[in-house]
Design a protein around this ligand. Structure first.
Ligand SMILES: [Fe+2]
Ligand SMILES: [Fe+2]
Length: 191
């Protein structure tokens, strides 16, 4: 099969009705796509992987099923092992090696995209003007976006070998062009 982000979106939205989950997929896709460009990698395949990483979460919302029980579905659909292996590797509980750049980037962008998204949702201008400094401050407030695993945010930047500030800035910038799709306000339409 030809791996495209549109095809991945089609698979994702067939299994996922939740707007929040679809937005999470889009936020991670934007960040991973940004890194694919920076590292001159296969952007279409990286974007597809990011869109698919939680595709089965709605039907498998527990860690005894997600994402491992999603893998056979992807195989059935004809997704290449490179994509499926990367999808599986994002899950901490499976303890799989993150031995490719795609696996590293996916892991590094997953929790942080969710966190930056949460930061943007409580600001009148969304992620416009959002500084790494204030993201880091919020990371230290356990009650804010409590579901985001801080240790995975820090471990992701380290695994990728990037400064946390740069990583936050990259993820923030990646989300700006799709702010509307992510339900974020912008400087242009701030109330
Ligand atoms: Fe997941
Ligand atoms: Fe995720």
């Amino acid at each position: 099969m030809e791996v495209t982000r549109d095809r991945a979106w089609e698979t994702l939205t067939r299994y996922t009705q939740s707007e929040a989950l679809r937005r999470h997929a889009l936020a991670v896709e934007a960040s991973v796509g940004f890194y694919a460009q920076r590292y001159d990698e296969d952007e279409e395949l990286w974007r597809a992987t990011a869109l698919l990483h939680d595709f089965d979460y709605e039907i498998h919302p527990t860690l005894d099923k997600h994402p491992q029980d999603g893998a056979p579905i992807l195989r059935e659909e004809g997704w290449p092992e490179e994509v499926i292996e990367a999808v599986l590797s994002h899950a901490e509980h499976l303890e799989l090696p993150r031995d490719t750049q795609l696996k590293k980037v996916l892991f590094a962008c997953d929790e942080l995209s969710g966190f930056v998204h949460a930061c943007g949702l409580v600001r009148p201008t969304g992620v416009d003007g959002l500084e790494p400094k204030s993201v880091k401050k919020k990371l230290k407030q356990p009650s804010f976006a409590a579901g985001v695993h801080r240790d995975e945010v820090y471990a992701g930047a380290e695994l990728l070998g990037v400064e946390l500030d740069d990583h936050i800035q990259t993820v923030t910038d990646a989300m700006k062009p799709i702010a509307g799709e992510l339900g974020l306000r912008t400087e242009a339409n701030a109330a």
